[in-house]
Design a protein around this ligand. Structure first.
Ligand code: ATP
Ligand code: MG
Length: 392
């Protein structure tokens, strides 16, 4: 065993009863895949803990730590010093491994967990023993069991003992791939990447569908979406990115449909197109970044008119979120900076002056008859561009 490892704590996954084994298998596979570019690590699980163990000198623990912090299904992670299961060895390792933090702290306590019940000392005895040793070695320290600057944690496990400080919060959620597959309608804005991330956190594997209308929208706008997806992929794993050309369809809507209904009509065609792609890709649902009342097309009435064309469930994980909350998540997942770059989106190129905020379904349906929607959809779907996007 090397001197230092990373321990991962699993949360909800442990609650899944009979599915637990397959959940855990998916999780381990996701962790291994994310660690590939950080060097050689072995990844195995025992008793709700995953061990990430470097296999060669060159394995990069800093990078590995960052990577595992982005894997859904992990509630906490911590780097830990490894030692033999011997009380003196544990005391010495705690003092050396946590030396810096112990020197900085004024107060501390020791907490011990013993999953090996055959170990000859009980947890409180181990804690007391390690506490004494640390007080001797660092005489400036005082014990504070209620509100210490530093909690030294000792875990006596099957084959080794581990010492570490505070466990850091992981990405939470459930492992991607255990929750089926859904197609996210992705724009270059703030909302849809956050919506995608939220659903991936619930275990959903993502396929991304983007509508582009060149030359009104530029290749740079599409590149921007791809860069956003790379950020999301740090958490969600690789994402299939499908671009659908909407130019002709949008020109027809602009020229022939009632202008105050053009936004909601466009959105209905987006859902129709996304749904066809989704079915071909084996996706069981659609995801959008809509948030109630944010813009004219996101009123209850407008959403109802849009939703009327869907036969797959449409998930809108941000529907009840404030912009400030969405922005906060965008910062957290590092999509904010890219999202605010100014590029045109197909939604914003032919926006009418006075979109109807309370559209009525039968008028929308009638307004749509002005164009040959089916033929235009077919035309759009003939030109799919598909590529895989990997974490950056
Ligand atoms: P976002 O911040 O995600 O762009 P928004 O607040 O700008 O959302 P809209 O432009 O009305 O709102 O888009 C609502 C939703 O429709 C988006 O969250 C996204 O799911 C989908 N959408 C918008 N434009 C596109 C596009 N060009 N391609 C694919 N989906 C899109
Ligand atoms: Mg937008």
């Amino acid at each position: 065993m090397p001197q230092e490892v990373i321990l991962l704590k699993l949360g909800e996954i442990a609650l899944k009863g009979l599915n637990r084994k397959s959940f855990e298998d998916v999780l381990l596979k996701n962790i291994r895949r994310r660690l590939q570019s950080a060097g050689a690590f072995s990844v195995s699980s025992r008793q709700s803990t995953v061990y990430v163990v470097p296999e060669e000198e060159s394995a990069d623990l800093d990078l590995a730590e960052e990577r595992v912090s982005q894997v859904f299904g992990v509630v906490g992670y911590v780097r830990a010093g490894v030692c033999e299961k011997d009380l003196d060895a544990i005391c010495a390792r705690a003092a050396s491994y946590l030396e810096e933090s112990l020197e900085e702290a004024s107060t501390f306590k020791v907490e011990c967990k013993r999953s090996d019940k055959k170990f000859p000392y009980k947890s409180p005895e181990i804690s007391a023993e390690v506490g004494h040793a640390l007080l001797e070695r660092f005489p400036h320290l005082q014990v504070d069991v209620h509100n210490p600057d530093l909690t030294v944690r000792v875990e006596v496990r099957e084959r080794y003992a581990f010492v570490h400080g505070e466990v850091k919060p992981g990405a939470g959620g459930i492992p991607v791939g255990t929750g089926g597959k859904a197609a996210v309608l992705i724009s270059g804005g703030l909302d849809s990447p956050v919506a995608a991330w939220r659903m991936a956190r619930r275990g959903v594997e993502l396929t991304a569908v983007h509508f582009a209308s060149p030359p009104y929208t530029s290749e740079l706008a599409r590149e921007k979406v791809k860069r956003l997806l790379r950020r999301v992929a740090r958490y969600a794993g690789r994402i299939k990115f499908i671009t659908v050309n909407f130019t002709h369809l949008q020109e027809e809507i602009r020229d022939k449909c009632p202008s105050e209904l053009s936004t909601v009509i466009l959105r209905r065609f987006m859902l129709r197109a996304a749904e066809r792609v989704a079915r071909d890709e084996g996706c069981a649902a659609l995801i959008t970044g809509e948030s109630l009342g944010q813009v004219a097309s996101q009123t209850l009435q407008a959403i109802a008119c849009t939703d009327a064309v869907a036969t797959l469930p449409v998930f809108r994980p941000l529907i009840g979120s404030d912009k400030a909350e969405i922005v906060k998540t965008a910062y957290q997942i590092d999509t904010y900076d890219i999202s605010i770059e100014p590029f045109e989106d197909c939604c914003t190129i032919f926006t009418p002056k006075h979109p109807r905020t309370k559209p009525i379904l039968h008028f929308v349906e009638a307004g749509e008859q002005a164009i040959d929607g089916e033929a235009l959809l077919e035309e759009s779907l003939e030109t799919l561009e598909t590529e895989w996007v990997y974490p950056d």
